[in-house]
Design a protein around this ligand. Structure first.
Ligand SMILES: [Mn+2]
Length: 437
């Protein structure tokens, strides 16, 4: 046995042990996506950056990750429903992966491609240079599922996009469809593995919330609480934000997507903290609303408890068959009962998963395995119809909930949300109380 054969055998045994079980999931997902494609359909997905902020690590495009399990930059996935014919290879390939080998493997790239192909179970793995050749062997496409180009997009084209546009122009009547069409219904139902990744992201985000409760005080800037939150994320092993951290104090509590963080927190402020990290690609999304001084004012208490009642009432109703529209009806019924319905500004839910606003049919009744947020809110702009003690009170309370076969499981259950518990935790010292000599 020569050295090369020996290395191949060792690598194959090692990689099949390492990847086999996990890989089956991705092979199965590619198979499901292929089944959903139209008869002459072609899917082409390439790496796009999903990263949110400098200082956090690269994160793969969600659909591409979902179908490959790969977090590498610069990869291209091709799925062909009719298959791409390779006369010289004597095979028809339905699933193909294009990537360039790392520099240290460049001299043995054919061996590298072969090993990747065998361990990841693609019909073909080859270099990105082969793209032109591959496209040439495709004569007919009815639907093109891609995240690379949109029809008529002219500006800011990459080399890949230029190649594809040239190729597409030769095909008459091709329809462009988002690749999410192929993955959404599968991604909507989470596996045990996905739920455990989400739970880990949620656990870290709950620690960050507790630390923010303890650190909150008048006289510091919103961005200092943001720093505490993101320190905890990184320290506990999250490499990416699920979305831009929202710490909105006083009037900023009314701004649903506020992330400037520049306000000096005032004693009477209420602060909406809508935060979430990612873990193993899966997102957490949790909101708590707390008073700057550690004690809610009577008006803040009143509004807070109405939102809390809406949050709890929606959760109580969750089970397979319940709809997202019904969740909104519950929010409006509870808040309306107290006369605050006109201060409701958004629906109380979205799917959660690889993306923070995850894919999935909004009209379909909930099923076991769906994960949704429950996030009712009241936002009172300064206005003459209400006493000024209520002005600039924004309250949102958001939990992440898994739908189970007989009801629900609140994945964020360990994070307190009653006024008593929040005020109690706020008495403790946190990172925000650090003093330097
Ligand atoms: Mn949310």
């Amino acid at each position: 046995m020569n050295k090369r054969t020996y290395i191949i055998i060792i690598f194959t045994i090692f990689s099949s042990l390492l990847f086999s079980q996990e890989n089956n999931v991705f092979i199965q997902r590619r198979q499901q996506a292929l089944e959903k494609m139209s008869p002459q359909g072609l899917t082409l997905l390439q790496t796009t950056h999903k990263g949110y902020r400098f200082g956090f690590m690269f994160q793969q495009n969600s659909n591409l990750y979902y179908l490959t399990g790969m977090n590498d930059e610069g990869i291209i996935l091709i799925l062909s429903k009719p298959g791409i014919d390779f006369p010289d290879k004597n095979q028809v390939a339905h699933s193909l992966l294009l990537l360039d080998p790392p520099p240290e493997k460049a001299s043995e790239k054919n061996l590298f491609f072969q090993l990747m192909q065998d361990s990841l179970k693609f019909d073909l793995v080859c270099g990105k240079r082969e793209l032109r050749k591959l496209l040439k062997s495709i004569s007919q496409i009815d639907v093109f599922y891609t995240n690379v180009i949109k029809k008529n997009q002219e500006e800011g084209k990459t080399i890949l996009e230029k190649k594809l546009i040239k190729f597409i122009e030769k095909i008459p009547d091709v329809k462009f469809v988002s690749p999410t069409k192929l993955t959404a219904s599968i991604r909507r139902i989470k596996t045990e593995q996905e739920i455990s990744s989400m739970q880990k992201a949620i656990d870290i985000t709950m620690i960050a919330h507790r630390e923010a409760f303890k650190s909150m005080q008048p006289g510091i800037y919103e961005y200092q609480i943001e720093a505490v939150v993101e320190y905890i994320f990184k320290f506990f092993g999250s490499q990416q934000l699920a979305f831009e951290t929202i710490i909105g104090a006083g009037p900023n509590s009314l701004d649903l997507h506020y992330n400037k963080g520049t306000r000096l927190i005032q004693p009477g402020d209420i602060i909406v903290m809508d935060i979430g990290c990612e873990y193993a690609h899966y997102c957490a999304d949790i909101t708590r609303t707390i008073p700057a001084s550690g004690n809610f004012s009577p008006q803040q208490k009143e509004i807070y408890n109405i939102v809390l009642e809406a949050n709890q009432e929606i959760i109580k109703n969750l089970r397979p068959g319940f709809t997202l529209a019904q969740m909104d009806s519950v929010q409006r019924a509870v808040i309306g009962k107290y006369g605050y319905e006109k201060y409701v500004r958004h629906g109380p839910t979205h799917y959660l998963g690889l993306d923070v606003h995850d894919v999935g049919d909004w009209k379909k009744p909930l099923e076991s395995g769906c994960v949704v947020t429950v996030e009712p809110g009241i936002y009172i702009q300064p206005n003459p119809e209400i006493a000024n003690e209520y002005w600039n009170i924004g309250v949102r309370i958001e939990d992440d909930v898994l739908i189970t076969s007989d009801g629900y499981r609140v994945l964020t259950d360990a994070l307190p949300k009653t006024i008593e518990k929040i005020e109690e935790i706020m008495k403790l010292d946190g990172l925000g109380n650090l003093k330097f000599d």
